[in-house]
Design a protein around this ligand. Structure first.
Ligand code: SF4
Length: 250
């Protein structure tokens, strides 16, 4: 096994060992309840678990209230965001067990995320916003190198990139086309936008949103009339509506 795989497998094995040791500790504490020190440890453990549940409960409640009111609660914003991120893998797991389609769950996750970002009522200048497009939006027969510079697009009308270029120009937003997460991260590091409007499929959007924890990201789903990753499209009105929700000139 090479070093890369060894690291991950090692971490998995360590996690399992920690869980096993915790179980052994709990079993020991319960069976030897007569000892005073064990009583104290049980109380401390129960208090820690209670605090964690309480934080998760408050965060979840704040999340629901924020969604219902379409307005953020500044003091609970980061806790709600944390809970949203922490419980996401669990939601996916539970959804999978009860047979809910994964894409449906991801769409719901993106919708909640968009709600949270919009409820923050950001009021940004166009130049502070980056519109990030996936490469598959470009017509597959187009010879122009738009990932190098989107200005290379001739707006011929064969795909939606030309219209998106006009839209970005109207709002003075930064438009970038990325071939993947690495290039997207590079653009973000270089331009340091205050918010991102990302167009992608359910999987890439949810991964991107989780990746950019501190940066507000509004996700707009692409449409895939020719299957995944080729000649995809996007509803321009949805992108404009996302822009309007966070842009001063919107
Ligand atoms: S609109 Fe731009 S990117 Fe799309 S096919 Fe035409 S030149 Fe290429």
């Amino acid at each position: 096994m090479d070093t890369k795989k060894r690291l991950y497998v090692g971490l998995l094995a360590s996690s399992l060992l920690i869980m096993f040791l915790l179980l052994v500790l709990i079993w020991y504490l319960i069976t030897k309840r007569s000892l005073l020190v064990n009583h104290i440890i049980i109380i401390i453990l129960a208090a820690v678990v209670l605090v964690i549940f309480l934080m998760l409960g408050i965060g979840l409640m704040a999340l629901v209230i924020m969604i219902l009111r379409s307005r953020t609660i500044p003091s609970l914003e980061s806790l709600a965001q944390r809970v949203h991120e922490m419980l996401f893998p669990l939601a996916l797991l539970v959804g999978g067990v009860v047979g809910i389609n994964k894409e449906k769950i991801l769409r719901s996750y993106i919708a909640v995320n968009n709600y949270l970002v919009k409820s923050r009522r950001l009021w940004l200048r166009g130049e502070q916003i980056m519109i990030l497009l996936p490469h598959c939006l470009q017509n597959s027969e187009c010879p122009h190198k738009i990932t190098v510079d989107v200005k290379n697009c001739k707006a011929c009308g064969k795909c939606s990139v030309g219209d998106l270029k006009k839209l970005a120009d109207n709002y003075h937003a930064v438009l970038k086309v990325a071939t993947g997460g690495t290039l997207a991260r590079k653009y973000i590091t270089e331009r340091k936008p205050s918010a991102v409007i990302a167009v992608a499929c359910e999987r890439d959007l949810s991964l991107g949103i989780q990746d950019m924890t501190v940066l507000p990201v509004i996700g707009v789903l692409n449409c895939r009339p020719h299957g995944p990753c080729v000649d995809t499209g996007v509803n321009l009105e949805e992108v404009e509506s996302a822009l309007k929700s966070i842009c001063k000139g919107g």
